[in-house]
Unconditional design. Structure first.
Length: 329
């Protein structure tokens, strides 16, 4: 996959992107990026992809392979913001991606802030709307595709409904309290003007501080790097995304051709806590009614529309939005 490093000698050359992104300072690359940048040397000046303002550096290693492009920004308000702007200008084609060294305004579900220090992975990935199951399952399709791609690298992730990635095993052993897993990433889809972008954040080396976690968060935050010794760490953000992206695309294209029922079957195979008791709180419940509205049930699976199915003592109910917290069996 050709990798471009975005440069902007002047604000005029950068265009509107200057409001959302910063170019690389080669003397001080983002933390965790030094190894990736060296591995892809040599870097040469080259035109940016059409529709991307400014100038770029491109790696000699893979600049002519014809695969979707990865465009690296040293920092961004969010990879989603930059992807949206490039998508509108024609600078981001389907399967191209933006990757940022850090984000100063990263966001997650319901516009919550996303802790985005250097060293973790922040991607904006332009994907097509699934042709088979339809738009309402696009988030599920993306999550399954990513989880299956990570699995090929030996990283077993499950989907915490509706759009979080949970690490359930490390080196064959369950992780997290009582084996419930650790939240290591999230997915947020945004579509504007027919351009669908998947924002993907994965904790590689650092987790959010406790005060930045949502009240009542279901499981602790974790990261894919379990060993503090840098020599034993997995690849940096760029190298990891280069490994994940082609496999994720392959799985996404396969899933997009399936029926909604078949997609749900694949998703349920990776659905976190399926068959286990959880506490359910509907997101729209008034905060003062939190304890009253919280109920214990068991995750049954998903509907063909992507809603979660929960079995209670008085019958099964479905939720299109809810907070789930695992309970003791």
């Amino acid at each position: 996959m050709p990798v471009y490093i975005w440069q902007a000698e002047t604000p005029e050359a950068a265009g509107l992107i200057k409001d959302f992104a910063k170019p690389l300072d080669w003397t001080a690359p983002p933390d965790g990026w030094g190894h990736d940048l060296v591995e892809l040397a040599m870097w040469d000046e080259a035109p940016c992809p059409p529709g991307v303002p400014g100038s770029c550096m491109v790696s000699e290693v893979n600049k002519d392979d014809g695969d979707p492009a990865i465009i690296f920004f040293s920092a961004a308000s969010s990879a989603l913001d930059v992807s949206r702007e490039l998508g509108a200008s024609g600078g981001l084609q389907e399967w191209d991606s933006v990757i940022a060294g850090s984000q100063w305004a990263g966001r997650g579900q319901l516009r919550r802030g996303w802790h985005s220090p250097e060293g973790n992975m922040y991607v904006g990935w332009r994907i097509p709307s699934p042709a088979g199951p339809g738009e309402e399952l696009a988030s599920i399709v993306t999550g399954v595709a990513l989880a299956e791609a990570f699995s090929e690298l030996g990283i077993e992730l499950e989907l915490k409904w509706p759009n979080d990635l949970v690490l359930v095993q490390c080196e064959g052993r369950p992780v997290g309290e009582r084996g419930w897993g650790l939240k290591v990433g999230g997915i947020l889809l945004e579509e504007r003007g027919g351009v669908l972008i998947a924002g993907i954040g994965v904790n590689l080396n650092e987790t959010p501080p406790a005060e930045k976690l949502r009240d009542g968060h279901a499981v602790p935050a974790g990261c894919l790097v379990q060993d503090p010794d840098p020599t034993k760490r997995r690849a940096g953000p760029l190298a990891l995304w280069q490994a994940v992206a082609p496999a994720a695309r392959r799985h996404y294209e396969e899933l997009a051709q399936l029926s909604a029922a078949e997609v749900v079957e694949r998703a349920e195979a990776r659905l976190a806590w399926k068959g286990r008791p959880v506490s359910v709180w509907h997101e729209s419940s008034p905060k003062e009614h939190l304890d009253f509205d919280k109920r214990a049930g068991t995750i049954v699976g998903l509907t063909v529309h992507g809603a979660i199915r929960i079995a209670f003592d008085d019958g099964e109910k479905t939720f299109s939005s809810a907070q789930l917290t695992p309970l003791e069996s």
